[in-house]
Design a protein around this ligand. Structure first.
Ligand SMILES: Nc1nc2c(ncn2[C@@H]2O[C@H](COP(=O)(O)OP(=O)(O)O)[C@@H](O)[C@H]2O)c(=O)[nH]1
Ligand SMILES: [Mg+2]
Length: 327
């Protein structure tokens, strides 16, 4: 292959395969959410092409089913009727118009993308918190891999010392991604692990420290106290840290997840949400409820169990993937 062939191939790859491939990949992972919102609205439009009160009642039910939540659903419905001119009552509009307006309203509710917090001076410290099984360790592993791929040095802290298996699980991710894991024995003080992780990062000039925390303790109060203590140690050891407190929320947990978010938000000032398992759920509408009712931005989305199945959350890209049939 000569130089011009090579550059043509590269251009084709960049122009066509890559962006389309990425979006297609995301659409595929969000297919269940797409079916539960766009698919259902399309079928409603076939049954009720007139935007009467019954139409809006049924639309409300569809959005609530997809876990959009009552507050956000109300906001979407009023945006929709406002934008479909005469209040939408009794008018026949094209189904594509309705879907386009709904998509725009969704993008508006989601707001602009919010990047992960970064330190002015390395290391950046990221704490990942959340209840058991929400995907904390997996998210730590994926994030670590992403940073490693861009050439950064990462230290992982096994601050979930509640079970030995949790420490081993993090070690496996560390090995896969190529990062050192700071670990103590089962039952050790998590704040001591956090301290050592910060020291190791400073000594080695690492770019990132990611702390995997516990999700279960004997009591909820103990868990919150433990997280607060870890946070205090990090604050003391590294100026400006933690630069990000990410709450791992399972997208399939619905309104329950929102209640969890509130308690973590109070204890450790959650700065962003990693919404996991979006690939397995028809209830991805919860992403709208989170933004509108908690005021915490979703920064990352988990779309599979693999090491590369993590994306920055970009509201436009998300809406494009959910509404892909419209393009
Ligand atoms: N399908 C899917 N599974 C996920 C995702 N994130 C995590 N999981 C799975 O959820 C389970 C619990 O994850 P884990 O990281 O151990 O949760 P933790 O207890 O919060 O640390 C594991 O089986 C993961 O493979 C995701 O984005 N998509
Ligand atoms: Mg874990």
């Amino acid at each position: 292959m000569n130089a011009s062939e090579r550059s043509e191939k590269l251009a084709q790859h960049n122009l066509h395969d890559k962006p389309k491939g990425l979006l297609a990949g995301l659409s595929q992972r969000l297919a269940r959410t797409s079916a539960s919102i766009v698919g259902q609205v399309q079928s409603l439009l076939r049954r009720r092409p007139t935007l009467d009160a019954e139409f809006f009642d049924e639309l409300e039910a569809i959005l609530l089913q997809a876990d959009v939540g009552i507050k956000t659903t109300t906001r979407l419905l009023s945006g929709l009727s406002r934008n479909l001119k005469d209040g939408g009552q009794g008018r026949t509009v094209s189904g594509d118009d309705v879907l386009k307006v709904l998509k725009d309203e969704i993008v508006t509710v989601l707001g602009p993308p919010e990047p992960l917090g970064e330190a002015m001076e390395s290391p950046t410290v990221i704490m990942v918190v959340g209840v058991n099984g929400t995907g904390k360790t997996t998210t730590v592993g994926k994030l670590c891999y992403r940073f490693r791929k861009s050439g950064s040095q990462v230290i992982l802290g096994a601050t979930d010392t509640f079970r030995a298996a949790a420490i081993d699980q993090l070690e496996i991710w560390g090995n896969r991604a190529g990062a050192r894991v700071i670990r103590h024995e089962e039952g050790a003080d998590p704040a001591a692990v956090a301290y050592d992780a910060c020291q190791a990062a400073k000594a080695r000039g690492a770019d990132y420290v990611i702390l995997d925390t516990a999700g279960r303790l004997h009591t909820h109060v103990n868990l919150m106290r433990e997280l607060e203590k870890v946070k205090r140690v990090v604050e003391r050891e590294i100026p400006g840290a933690p630069h990000e407190v990410l709450l791992a929320l399972d997208a399939t947990s619905g309104q329950n997840g929102l209640i969890q978010a509130t308690t973590f938000k109070e204890a450790v000032e959650v700065s962003g949400i990693a919404l996991t398992k979006l690939d397995g759920t028809a209830k991805g509408g919860v992403i709208l409820a989170i933004r509108d009712s908690l005021g915490i931005p979703v920064k990352l989305i988990g779309i599979g169990e693999g090491i590369e199945d993590l994306r920055d959350f970009d509201p436009n890209e998300f809406a494009d993937a959910v509404f892909q049939d419209l393009e």
